[in-house]
Design a protein around this ligand. Structure first.
Ligand SMILES: *Cc1c(COP(=O)(O)O)cnc(C)c1O
Length: 357
């Protein structure tokens, strides 16, 4: 029995992407590798229809956190100041990265169940600014909440700050208005909504932001990575196989209709999970209209602990995901990323019936 991953990455691979890992061994100093790197970079811009004159997709060998770290450590200029909007684990992680690098920053902390409060953010921008940048997590995977980038971007524009977005679990499946959204950069990874394998991640940055970059980090120095990749070069040995898979996943993504098709596909699967669980008495923790289509959180039934639920579903071929921190007792999470189909969700619901009997 094939195990299906309902955790937020790595995802269940399609056979097409899995087979792409078996291509010829490749030296990263040969033209074939630079062709691969070029294709990945241009296809990443194509996901959101971005012009290469203004935007650059910069690849790196790291998990999603590496791309977020590269973005934060590089794109807040030496004399800049960062405001970090927190409403979950990944917002906290951005603040920890800023602290680690000694970047001038403040945090605005929300309860993990809450949406960012724009009025409070505006007050902070006024009272403690000027801030050069505001960092936010687009899809806060802690709860499945989709944070609104449009209103926040407009607020930042009014206060002369640009957005740095952790879109690790939304890139490719949720709308992002790069050109109108007052965005300096977005960080993401190959192995979530794009359906690649772990090991390749990237930052899509505005060229002006790269020009003003600081050089606080050696390996993750975004400006150097951007410069060398533009010259068909690379400073270090990339995860060639992860790049093979990323390119194949991006080709498949295009063949399947691109970002809007992926959004619709996830939305249908997420709704199938929601309605199926609702009819079994299990409610979502965040209202669907405030959630991503990528992952949703559900209340643990009173009296059902996560571990036995997880283990029983795993025995039937489904890996669900625990809540983080204090939420581990309150909720479980179901992602609909990867090679999942309506028939799989039907089987998942029958597995829930078996567990609940
Ligand atoms: C998965 C995820 C990350 C990065 O996690 P890695 O384990 O480093 O790949 C960062 N931010 C968000 C919102 C995520 O969902």
């Amino acid at each position: 029995m094939k195990t299906l991953l309902l955790n937020p990455g790595p995802v269940t691979l399609t056979e097409r992407v899995r087979r792409s890992l078996l291509q010829p061994d490749l030296c990263h100093r040969e033209s074939e590798f630079y062709d691969l790197q070029d294709e990945a970079r241009s296809r990443l811009l194509d996901v959101y229809g971005l012009a290469a004159d203004n935007w650059s997709a910069v690849l790196m060998t790291a998990s999603g956190t590496g791309a977020v770290e590269s973005m934060i450590a590089s794109l807040v200029p030496q004399d800049g100041k960062l405001l970090v909007v927190q409403n979950g684990v990944y917002g906290e992680r951005i603040a920890n990265i800023a602290k680690q690098y000694g970047i001038a920053h403040e945090t605005i902390v929300h309860d993990w169940m809450s949406a960012p409060e724009l009025a409070a953010i505006e007050r902070r921008l006024q009272s403690a600014g000027p801030f050069s940048h505001v960092a936010v997590v687009h899809h806060e995977t802690t709860t499945g909440r989709l944070n609104d980038l449009t209103e926040l971007g407009a607020l930042c524009r009014a206060h002369g700050a640009r957005l740095l977005v952790d879109a690790v679990s939304s890139f490719g499946a949720e709308a992002i208005d790069f050109d109108e959204g007052n965005i300096a950069a977005v960080a993401a990874t190959a192995n979530k909504c794009l359906h690649g394998v772990p090991g390749a991640s990237f930052v899509v940055a505005h060229r002006e932001a790269i020009e003003r970059a600081a050089s606080r980090t050696y390996y993750l120095d975004l400006a150097r990575l951007a410069r060398m990749q533009a010259q068909r070069n690379t400073p270090f040995t990339p995860s060639v196989h992860a790049y093979y898979a990323l390119v194949e996943a991006l080709r498949e993504f295009e063949d399947e209709g691109g970002m809007s098709a992926r959004h619709e596909r996830y939305a249908a699967l997420a709704e199938q999970v929601r309605s199926g669980l609702a009819s079994r008495g299990i409610a979502p923790v965040i209202p669907p209209e405030q959630s991503s289509v990528v992952l949703r959180s559900y209340d643990l039934l009173s009296g059902v602990a996560y571990e036995p639920l997880h283990d029983a579903l795993k025995a039937q071929g489904f890996v669900i995901y625990a809540g983080q921190g204090d939420l581990s007792k309150r909720l479980f999470r179901v992602s609909t990323m990867g090679d999942l189909h309506p028939a799989d969700i039907e089987r998942l619901m029958r597995a829930f019936d078996g567990v609940m009997r």
